[in-house]
Design a protein around this ligand. Structure first.
Ligand code: FES
Ligand SMILES: [Fe+2]
Length: 339
C-alpha cells in the first residue's frame, strides 16, 4: 500500500452538475446499471424448490426463482403481454401470475397459461432470462447477457468472503435525499468520520495512519481497526453500488445496493447477517451504532446535494490520499459514461 504522504496531490471531483442532471442519470442507467453485476438478495430467499423473490438492478425489475428442478434463475420481472411488473415480494409458489390479465409463468420463465388462451400464442413466450450468479449466500444479477463472470468482477474479494457461516437476520430499507454517487462517495472515505461520526470514531481508529484504504479493479476496501483491540472492521464497495460492512468483533456482516431514485434521491437496502443464535443484545448494540452512523450520513449527503445543486461552482476537490477511493470510483464513472 502506498503510505507515502510526502506529496499531497489534490484531484478534482466529478463535475457538480452530474449530481442533478436527468441526462446523466439516463446515461448511468444505460451504461452502468444495465451492465453491472448487482446484489439483489440472498440464497435463503430461494432455498426451497418452488420459491422466488422480486428485486431490482438499478431501475430494472428482476425476479429470482428456484424452480422444481432446483436451478437458480433470474428474469426480467416484466410481463411479455403489455409490460406490467409480474412478481412482488418473495415466497413459495409454483408459478408467477401477472396481476394485470393473469398471464401465468412457470418458475422456469415459460408462459404456462393465459385467459382466453385461444387468442394467445404461448409457444416460445417466456420471461426474459438475465445473468445470475451467487457468491457465498449472496445472489447477484446482471441485466445484460454479455460481460465478465461475477468471480472475475469480484477479483480478490471472491476468495476473501469476509464472514463465513452467518445466517440472514433482517433487512433494512432506506432512502436518502442525494444523488446515488454522493451516497457512494460518502461511503468511500472516512476523512469525515472524526468530524461527523463521534460515536463511531470512539470505537474505531479513524486516523489516517491506522485506517487502511485499498483499491482494486472493480472494488475498494477500507480496513478499520477497533481501538485498543486486535480486531478489524472491513468496509468494501463493489462497483457500481454495493456496500458490504463488517464491524470488528463477533461474526457480522451487512450487504446491500443503493440505486438512483431520480437524479437527487437514492434508495437502498442492507441485509444483515449474524452467527446463528447470536445474542440479541449484542446485535442490538451493533445496530444502534450502525443506525446512528446511517442517520449522520443521511444528513451529510443531503447537505452535499443542496450544495452541489447551487449551480455557481463547477466542481470541488479531493484529497490525494484520504479520498483516493472516491477518485477511483469517479474514474470508473467517467470510464463507463464515456464508453
Ligand atoms: S400485462 Fe401481464 S397479463 Fe397483461
Ligand atoms: Fe459516514
Amino acid at each position: 500500500m502506498n503510505r507515502s504522504f510526502s506529496v499531497f496531490t489534490v484531484e478534482r471531483t466529478l463535475p457538480w452538475h452530474w449530481y442533478s442532471a436527468e441526462s446523466v442519470l439516463r446515461l448511468e442507467q444505460e451504461r452502468i446499471f444495465r451492465r453491472a453485476w448487482q446484489y439483489v438478495g440472498h440464497l435463503g430467499q430461494v432455498a426451497e424448490p418452488g420459491s422466488f423473490f422480486a428485486s431490482r438492478a438499478g431501475d430494472v425489475p428482476v425476479v429470482v426463482t428456484r424452480a422444481t428442478d432446483g436451478e437458480l434463475r433470474a428474469f426480467l420481472n416484466v410481463c411479455r403481454h403489455r409490460g406490467s411488473v409480474v412478481a412482488e415480494g418473495d415466497g413459495r409458489r409454483e408459478s408467477l401470475q401477472c396481476p394485470y390479465h393473469a398471464w401465468t409463468y412457470g418458475l422456469d420463465g415459460a408462459l404456462r397459461s393465459a385467459p382466453r388462451s385461444d387468442e394467445v400464442v404461448r409457444e416460445g413466450v417466456s420471461l426474459l432470462p438475465l445473468a445470475v450468479e451467487s457468491w457465498g449466500p449472496f445472489v447477484f444479477v446482471r441485466p445484460t447477457a454479455e460481460g465478465e463472470s461475477l468471480r472475475d468482477t469480484l477479483g480478490e474479494l471472491w476468495d476473501a468472503l469476509p464472514v463465513d457461516g452467518v445466517a440472514f437476520h433482517h433487512r433494512v430499507e432506506y432512502a436518502v435525499e442525494a444523488n446515488w454517487k454522493i451516497a457512494c462517495e460518502n461511503f468511500l472515505e472516512c476523512y469525515h468520520c472524526a468530524v461527523a461520526h463521534p460515536g463511531f470514531s470512539k470505537v474505531i481508529d479513524v486516523s489516517r495512519d491506522a485506517y487502511g484504504l485499498e483499491e482494486h479493479r472493480w472494488h475498494s476496501s477500507q480496513y478499520a481497526p477497533r481501538r485498543g483491540e486486535d480486531a478489524q472492521g472491513q468496509f468494501h464497495f463493489v462497483w457500481p453500488n454495493l456496500k458490504l460492512n463488517v464491524y470488528p468483533g463477533r461474526p457480522n456482516l451487512s450487504i446491500g445496493p443503493l440505486w438512483p431514485d431520480g437524479p437527487t434521491r437514492s434508495r437502498g437496502f442492507l441485509d444483515y447477517f449474524f452467527a446463528e443464535g447470536e445474542d440479541e443484545a449484542w446485535i442490538a448494540d451493533l445496530l444502534e451504532l450502525d443506525d446512528q452512523v446511517g442517520h449522520e450520513d443521511s444528513a451529510l449527503v443531503a447537505r452535499v446535494q443542496q450544495g452541489v445543486s447551487s449551480g455557481l461552482l463547477a466542481e470541488g476537490r479531493l484529497l490525494g490520499e484520504s479520498e483516493r477511493l472516491i477518485a477511483h470510483f469517479d474514474r470508473l464513472i467517467v470510464e463507463a459514461l464515456s464508453d
